[in-house]
Design a binder for this molecule. Structure first.
Ligand SMILES: [Zn+2]
Length: 279
């Protein structure tokens, strides 16, 4: 359990993500999106309302859309405390119901389908948010298989970079004090990663890996690794282990690839953006 970050009385420096000066009225910024079941204490107190409810909220939504199936399987409530469902896939709708537990509807095609509730499930396409499903009948049994992409939202990598940069402030702050955390998170080597979070641009790589053979749905933030070129941050989000090279030109990527290969071989890990290496 992460303890809440203390409110800093009298702080008059710049906000975390923009050069405006803090006025002390900003809402808490959740390092891990609330809708994914954020730990209470993992918040920053110096992110302005404009950034928080604008760009950063959009990145949180990209992460939620990318991890919606994992969240639904784990039965995590959304930030209003309601059971989470899946509503961002074109041909799949899922909910957690009181009577029947987890229920999912998949349209396997060929045409659109209207559910009893009136919701339309589109015919499957090759788009990343469309789920591929097939049914195989063998004698008296039918087997249904589905394949859904995860981490497919185009802003997913930016959202993960947001978590990585904010986690530096939070974790260094917990161990060495608030000011040290902010200084670490404002290191000049983070400039490119910060610009990528706020403005986008050419996609940056993020590695991800299974957290053990039976991963549990949980989040964990760790202290960053700091080398001469900059930071590498590792964290656990929804039970998935992410590794983010925050150096200006991601010069640690080849080394990190070698580490993953040495430790895990060819399975159980890969990287974003997905389109680079999925045919
Ligand atoms: Zn701002």
């Amino acid at each position: 359990m992460i303890q809440p970050e203390a409110t800093v009385v009298g702080y008059e420096g710049p906000y975390f993500w923009c050069p405006q000066i803090c006025d002390g009225t900003q809402p808490p910024e959740h390092v891990i999106p609330e809708a994914l079941g954020a730990p209470d204490g993992a918040v920053l107190s110096d992110v302005c309302k404009g950034c928080n409810h604008g760009t950063l909220a959009g990145l949180d939504q990209a992460l939620v859309a990318s991890l919606d199936i994992v969240r639904w399987m784990a039965g995590v409530p959304n930030k209003r405390g309601e059971p989470s469902g899946i509503a961002t896939r074109s041909n799949l709708f899922a909910e957690n119901t009181k009577d029947e537990g987890r229920v999912a509807y998949v349209n396997m095609g060929p045409g659109d389908v209207t559910l009893p509730s009136g919701r339309v499930l589109k015919a499957p396409t090759r788009a990343p948010n469309s789920v591929a499903a097939n049914i195989k009948v063998e004698g008296r049994e039918a087997e249904i298989n589905g394949r859904a992409m995860m981490l497919h939202h185009p802003d997913c990598s930016r959202g993960l970079h947001k978590i990585a940069v904010e986690s530096i402030a939070l974790t260094v702050g917990k161990t060495s004090g608030w000011a040290a955390g902010r200084e670490a998170a404002r290191d000049p080597s983070l400039e490119n990663a910060r610009r990528y979070v706020m403005e986008g641009g050419a996609p940056r790589i993020v590695f991800y890996a299974a957290d053990g053979p039976e991963p549990a749905y949980r989040h964990a933030l760790r202290l960053p690794f700091k080398g001469p070129e900059g930071h590498v941050v590792e964290f656990l989000l929804c039970g998935i282990r992410f590794t983010v090279d925050l150096t200006p030109a991601q010069t640690r990527v080849p080394y990190l690839k070698k580490c993953f290969e040495a430790l895990r071989g060819n399975t159980g890990w890969t990287w974003l953006p997905i389109l680079d290496h999925v045919a």
